[in-house]
Design a protein around this ligand. Structure first.
Ligand code: SF4
Length: 320
Protein backbone atom coordinates (compact mmCIF):
# COMPACT_ATOMS: atom_id res chain seq x y z
CA UNK A 1 0.00 0.00 0.00
CA UNK A 2 1.35 3.42 -0.96
CA UNK A 3 1.94 5.49 2.13
CA UNK A 4 0.59 8.98 2.38
CA UNK A 5 0.28 9.69 6.10
CA UNK A 6 2.94 7.43 7.62
CA UNK A 7 6.66 8.05 7.34
CA UNK A 8 9.79 6.42 8.64
CA UNK A 9 10.31 4.74 11.02
CA UNK A 10 12.81 7.48 11.80
CA UNK A 11 15.49 7.36 14.47
CA UNK A 12 14.18 9.97 16.83
CA UNK A 13 16.52 11.61 19.28
CA UNK A 14 14.05 11.01 22.08
CA UNK A 15 11.80 8.20 21.04
CA UNK A 16 14.03 5.54 19.54
CA UNK A 17 12.53 4.02 16.39
CA UNK A 18 9.45 6.01 15.78
CA UNK A 19 6.83 5.64 13.07
CA UNK A 20 5.70 9.12 12.07
CA UNK A 21 2.03 9.91 11.47
CA UNK A 22 1.42 13.19 9.69
CA UNK A 23 -2.26 14.23 9.68
CA UNK A 24 -2.29 17.84 8.52
CA UNK A 25 -1.43 19.18 5.05
CA UNK A 26 2.17 20.28 4.75
CA UNK A 27 2.96 23.38 6.79
CA UNK A 28 -0.49 23.87 8.26
CA UNK A 29 0.34 25.17 11.70
CA UNK A 30 -0.73 27.55 14.45
CA UNK A 31 2.83 28.88 14.60
CA UNK A 32 5.53 29.91 12.16
CA UNK A 33 8.62 29.24 14.26
CA UNK A 34 11.86 30.81 13.13
CA UNK A 35 13.68 27.52 13.74
CA UNK A 36 11.19 25.25 11.95
CA UNK A 37 13.05 22.54 10.07
CA UNK A 38 10.07 21.97 7.75
CA UNK A 39 10.13 25.42 6.18
CA UNK A 40 7.88 28.45 6.43
CA UNK A 41 4.27 27.96 7.56
CA UNK A 42 2.16 28.54 4.47
CA UNK A 43 -1.20 27.90 6.15
CA UNK A 44 -1.20 29.74 9.48
CA UNK A 45 -4.35 28.60 11.30
CA UNK A 46 -5.82 28.99 14.77
CA UNK A 47 -8.89 26.75 14.37
CA UNK A 48 -9.17 23.00 14.34
CA UNK A 49 -10.68 21.22 11.34
CA UNK A 50 -10.90 17.69 9.87
CA UNK A 51 -7.95 18.19 7.56
CA UNK A 52 -7.44 14.49 6.88
CA UNK A 53 -10.10 11.86 7.52
CA UNK A 54 -9.45 9.38 10.34
CA UNK A 55 -10.60 6.44 8.19
CA UNK A 56 -7.91 7.13 5.55
CA UNK A 57 -5.15 7.25 8.19
CA UNK A 58 -6.56 4.18 10.01
CA UNK A 59 -6.56 2.20 6.75
CA UNK A 60 -2.86 2.93 6.29
CA UNK A 61 -2.05 2.21 9.93
CA UNK A 62 -3.96 -1.10 9.86
CA UNK A 63 -2.03 -2.23 6.82
CA UNK A 64 1.31 -1.27 8.36
CA UNK A 65 0.72 -2.49 11.92
CA UNK A 66 -0.76 -5.82 10.84
CA UNK A 67 2.80 -6.80 9.86
CA UNK A 68 3.81 -6.36 13.51
CA UNK A 69 6.78 -4.02 12.91
CA UNK A 70 9.17 -3.40 15.77
CA UNK A 71 8.68 0.18 16.89
CA UNK A 72 9.41 2.14 20.03
CA UNK A 73 6.66 4.69 19.39
CA UNK A 74 4.00 5.70 16.92
CA UNK A 75 4.41 9.46 16.88
CA UNK A 76 2.08 12.17 15.67
CA UNK A 77 4.37 14.77 14.15
CA UNK A 78 5.35 16.01 10.71
CA UNK A 79 5.16 19.24 8.78
CA UNK A 80 2.50 21.00 10.87
CA UNK A 81 0.54 20.92 14.13
CA UNK A 82 -1.23 17.53 14.49
CA UNK A 83 -3.78 18.71 17.08
CA UNK A 84 -5.23 21.06 14.42
CA UNK A 85 -6.84 17.94 12.96
CA UNK A 86 -10.11 17.26 14.81
CA UNK A 87 -9.85 13.58 13.78
CA UNK A 88 -6.75 12.95 15.91
CA UNK A 89 -8.76 11.51 18.81
CA UNK A 90 -10.31 8.80 16.62
CA UNK A 91 -6.91 7.77 15.27
CA UNK A 92 -5.31 7.58 18.72
CA UNK A 93 -8.27 5.59 20.00
CA UNK A 94 -7.92 3.15 17.11
CA UNK A 95 -4.24 2.49 17.90
CA UNK A 96 -4.83 2.13 21.63
CA UNK A 97 -7.77 -0.23 21.21
CA UNK A 98 -6.64 -2.32 18.21
CA UNK A 99 -2.84 -2.28 18.67
CA UNK A 100 -2.39 -1.52 22.34
CA UNK A 101 1.12 -2.98 22.46
CA UNK A 102 2.32 0.13 20.66
CA UNK A 103 3.01 3.32 22.55
CA UNK A 104 1.67 6.58 21.15
CA UNK A 105 3.56 9.86 21.39
CA UNK A 106 2.48 13.33 20.35
CA UNK A 107 4.90 16.11 19.41
CA UNK A 108 2.89 19.29 19.60
CA UNK A 109 3.42 23.01 19.89
CA UNK A 110 0.84 22.99 22.70
CA UNK A 111 -1.13 25.94 21.37
CA UNK A 112 -4.58 24.31 21.23
CA UNK A 113 -4.96 22.85 24.70
CA UNK A 114 -7.01 25.78 26.00
CA UNK A 115 -9.79 23.84 24.21
CA UNK A 116 -11.20 21.06 26.41
CA UNK A 117 -12.08 18.91 23.38
CA UNK A 118 -8.47 19.07 22.16
CA UNK A 119 -7.28 17.91 25.58
CA UNK A 120 -9.78 15.04 25.56
CA UNK A 121 -8.73 14.03 22.03
CA UNK A 122 -5.12 13.41 23.08
CA UNK A 123 -5.83 11.96 26.50
CA UNK A 124 -5.00 8.36 25.48
CA UNK A 125 -1.42 9.22 24.44
CA UNK A 126 1.35 7.52 26.40
CA UNK A 127 3.59 10.55 26.01
CA UNK A 128 2.91 14.15 25.05
CA UNK A 129 5.74 16.59 24.36
CA UNK A 130 4.50 20.18 24.01
CA UNK A 131 6.83 23.13 23.52
CA UNK A 132 7.33 26.20 25.66
CA UNK A 133 9.95 28.33 23.93
CA UNK A 134 8.88 31.61 25.46
CA UNK A 135 6.85 32.91 28.38
CA UNK A 136 6.79 36.61 27.55
CA UNK A 137 4.53 37.72 24.72
CA UNK A 138 7.44 39.60 23.12
CA UNK A 139 9.72 36.57 22.85
CA UNK A 140 6.77 34.34 21.87
CA UNK A 141 6.01 36.60 18.90
CA UNK A 142 9.66 36.74 17.94
CA UNK A 143 10.43 33.03 18.07
CA UNK A 144 7.08 31.32 17.42
CA UNK A 145 5.23 33.95 15.29
CA UNK A 146 1.72 32.73 16.22
CA UNK A 147 -1.59 32.87 14.37
CA UNK A 148 -3.91 35.66 15.62
CA UNK A 149 -5.49 34.98 19.00
CA UNK A 150 -2.73 32.73 20.32
CA UNK A 151 -0.67 34.11 23.18
CA UNK A 152 2.14 32.77 25.33
CA UNK A 153 -0.06 32.92 28.42
CA UNK A 154 -2.90 30.96 26.76
CA UNK A 155 -0.46 28.27 25.61
CA UNK A 156 1.06 27.87 29.07
CA UNK A 157 -2.39 27.74 30.71
CA UNK A 158 -3.58 25.11 28.22
CA UNK A 159 -0.55 22.86 28.82
CA UNK A 160 -1.00 23.30 32.57
CA UNK A 161 -4.62 22.06 32.29
CA UNK A 162 -3.55 19.22 30.01
CA UNK A 163 -1.00 17.93 32.49
CA UNK A 164 -3.61 17.88 35.24
CA UNK A 165 -6.02 15.86 33.13
CA UNK A 166 -3.94 13.24 31.28
CA UNK A 167 -2.63 10.05 32.82
CA UNK A 168 0.27 9.58 30.35
CA UNK A 169 3.65 11.24 30.65
CA UNK A 170 4.20 14.89 29.77
CA UNK A 171 7.61 16.31 28.96
CA UNK A 172 8.13 19.90 27.83
CA UNK A 173 10.58 20.93 25.14
CA UNK A 174 12.27 24.32 25.24
CA UNK A 175 13.98 25.32 22.00
CA UNK A 176 16.83 27.68 22.80
CA UNK A 177 17.77 30.31 20.25
CA UNK A 178 20.66 32.56 21.30
CA UNK A 179 19.70 36.22 21.27
CA UNK A 180 15.95 35.54 21.51
CA UNK A 181 15.05 33.43 24.54
CA UNK A 182 18.31 32.77 26.34
CA UNK A 183 18.46 35.98 28.40
CA UNK A 184 17.99 35.80 32.15
CA UNK A 185 14.63 37.58 32.20
CA UNK A 186 13.06 35.22 29.65
CA UNK A 187 14.58 32.11 31.21
CA UNK A 188 13.19 33.11 34.61
CA UNK A 189 9.68 33.48 33.15
CA UNK A 190 9.99 30.16 31.31
CA UNK A 191 11.13 28.46 34.51
CA UNK A 192 8.15 29.88 36.42
CA UNK A 193 5.80 28.62 33.70
CA UNK A 194 7.41 25.17 33.73
CA UNK A 195 7.04 24.93 37.50
CA UNK A 196 3.32 25.72 37.12
CA UNK A 197 2.95 23.08 34.39
CA UNK A 198 4.84 20.44 36.37
CA UNK A 199 6.20 18.19 33.57
CA UNK A 200 7.96 14.91 34.31
CA UNK A 201 10.99 16.42 32.61
CA UNK A 202 12.16 19.35 30.52
CA UNK A 203 14.16 18.85 27.34
CA UNK A 204 16.40 21.54 25.94
CA UNK A 205 16.76 21.58 22.20
CA UNK A 206 18.62 23.82 19.83
CA UNK A 207 19.24 24.16 16.12
CA UNK A 208 20.32 20.91 14.52
CA UNK A 209 18.99 21.46 11.02
CA UNK A 210 18.71 24.76 9.12
CA UNK A 211 15.75 26.86 10.35
CA UNK A 212 13.27 28.98 8.37
CA UNK A 213 15.12 32.16 9.19
CA UNK A 214 18.67 32.33 7.96
CA UNK A 215 21.66 32.95 10.21
CA UNK A 216 20.11 31.61 13.41
CA UNK A 217 22.74 30.23 15.73
CA UNK A 218 22.48 27.10 17.77
CA UNK A 219 23.13 27.31 21.50
CA UNK A 220 26.44 25.84 22.57
CA UNK A 221 26.62 22.93 24.98
CA UNK A 222 27.92 25.12 27.78
CA UNK A 223 24.95 27.46 27.45
CA UNK A 224 22.55 24.53 27.56
CA UNK A 225 24.30 23.07 30.61
CA UNK A 226 23.95 26.44 32.37
CA UNK A 227 20.24 26.47 31.59
CA UNK A 228 19.88 22.91 32.95
CA UNK A 229 21.40 24.11 36.18
CA UNK A 230 19.29 27.26 36.24
CA UNK A 231 16.07 25.26 35.78
CA UNK A 232 16.85 23.12 38.85
CA UNK A 233 14.93 21.56 40.65
CA UNK A 234 13.11 20.77 37.40
CA UNK A 235 14.54 17.62 35.87
CA UNK A 236 16.15 18.99 32.72
CA UNK A 237 18.16 17.31 29.99
CA UNK A 238 19.77 18.26 26.72
CA UNK A 239 18.48 16.32 23.76
CA UNK A 240 21.44 14.57 22.13
CA UNK A 241 21.57 13.23 18.64
CA UNK A 242 20.22 9.72 18.34
CA UNK A 243 22.85 7.34 19.65
CA UNK A 244 21.07 4.00 19.61
CA UNK A 245 22.60 0.90 18.10
CA UNK A 246 19.34 -0.59 16.88
CA UNK A 247 19.95 0.04 13.22
CA UNK A 248 17.42 -1.78 11.11
CA UNK A 249 17.69 -2.42 7.44
CA UNK A 250 14.79 -0.83 5.64
CA UNK A 251 16.29 -1.29 2.20
CA UNK A 252 13.67 -2.23 -0.36
CA UNK A 253 12.85 -1.79 -4.00
CA UNK A 254 10.89 1.40 -3.32
CA UNK A 255 13.54 2.84 -1.03
CA UNK A 256 13.94 5.89 -3.23
CA UNK A 257 10.25 6.77 -2.79
CA UNK A 258 10.50 6.17 0.97
CA UNK A 259 13.53 8.44 1.15
CA UNK A 260 11.60 11.07 -0.76
CA UNK A 261 8.64 10.80 1.62
CA UNK A 262 10.92 11.30 4.59
CA UNK A 263 12.79 14.20 2.95
CA UNK A 264 9.48 15.90 2.18
CA UNK A 265 8.85 16.04 5.94
CA UNK A 266 12.27 16.42 7.41
CA UNK A 267 15.63 17.52 6.00
CA UNK A 268 18.29 14.86 6.59
CA UNK A 269 22.00 14.40 6.11
CA UNK A 270 23.41 11.25 4.53
CA UNK A 271 24.19 10.10 8.07
CA UNK A 272 20.56 10.56 9.17
CA UNK A 273 19.33 8.61 6.15
CA UNK A 274 21.73 5.77 6.76
CA UNK A 275 20.34 5.41 10.29
CA UNK A 276 16.84 5.02 8.90
CA UNK A 277 17.25 2.99 5.77
CA UNK A 278 20.44 1.05 5.55
CA UNK A 279 24.06 1.23 6.54
CA UNK A 280 24.93 1.00 2.83
CA UNK A 281 25.90 4.59 2.27
CA UNK A 282 26.99 3.88 -1.30
CA UNK A 283 23.42 2.93 -2.24
CA UNK A 284 22.01 5.95 -0.48
CA UNK A 285 24.47 8.25 -2.22
CA UNK A 286 23.47 6.76 -5.55
CA UNK A 287 19.75 7.33 -4.86
CA UNK A 288 20.40 10.84 -3.60
CA UNK A 289 22.31 11.64 -6.76
CA UNK A 290 19.48 10.31 -8.93
CA UNK A 291 16.85 12.25 -6.97
CA UNK A 292 18.92 15.41 -7.15
CA UNK A 293 19.59 15.08 -10.88
CA UNK A 294 15.89 14.65 -11.54
CA UNK A 295 15.19 17.82 -9.50
CA UNK A 296 13.13 16.01 -6.84
CA UNK A 297 15.40 16.99 -3.94
CA UNK A 298 17.69 19.88 -3.14
CA UNK A 299 20.72 20.11 -0.91
CA UNK A 300 22.14 22.84 1.23
CA UNK A 301 24.76 23.30 3.90
CA UNK A 302 23.84 23.26 7.59
CA UNK A 303 25.81 23.10 10.81
CA UNK A 304 25.91 19.28 10.71
CA UNK A 305 26.90 19.07 7.07
CA UNK A 306 25.04 18.74 3.79
CA UNK A 307 21.25 18.42 4.19
CA UNK A 308 18.86 17.01 1.62
CA UNK A 309 15.27 18.11 1.41
CA UNK A 310 12.36 17.63 -0.97
CA UNK A 311 10.94 20.95 -2.19
CA UNK A 312 7.31 21.98 -1.72
CA UNK A 313 6.03 20.28 -4.91
CA UNK A 314 7.10 16.92 -3.48
CA UNK A 315 5.26 17.70 -0.24
CA UNK A 316 2.14 18.40 -2.26
CA UNK A 317 2.54 15.08 -4.10
CA UNK A 318 2.91 13.31 -0.75
CA UNK A 319 -0.41 14.89 0.36
CA UNK A 320 -2.29 13.64 -2.69
S1 SF4 B 1 8.40 23.99 14.57
FE1 SF4 B 1 6.48 22.90 14.81
S2 SF4 B 1 5.14 24.43 15.71
FE2 SF4 B 1 6.83 25.55 14.86
S3 SF4 B 1 6.19 26.11 12.76
FE3 SF4 B 1 7.30 24.15 12.61
S4 SF4 B 1 5.72 22.62 12.68
FE4 SF4 B 1 4.80 24.52 13.49
Amino acid sequence: MKRKYLFGPVPSRRLGYSLGVDIVPYKTCTLDCVYCECGKTTKLRNRRSSYVSASDVIRELSDYLSKEPKLDYITFSGGGEPVLNTEIGKIIEFIKTSYDAYKVALLTNGTLFGDKKAREDVSMCDLIIPSVDAASEKAFKKINRPAPGISASSVIKGIELLNREVSGKLWVEVFVIPGINDNEGELRKIKEALIRIGPEKVQLNTLDRPGTVKDLKSAGREKLLNICEYFSPLKTEIIGRYGGSKKRDFASSDMKEKMLLLLSRRPCTLEDLSEVFSPQKNDLEKYLKELKNSGRIQSYKGERGLFYRAPEEENKKAER
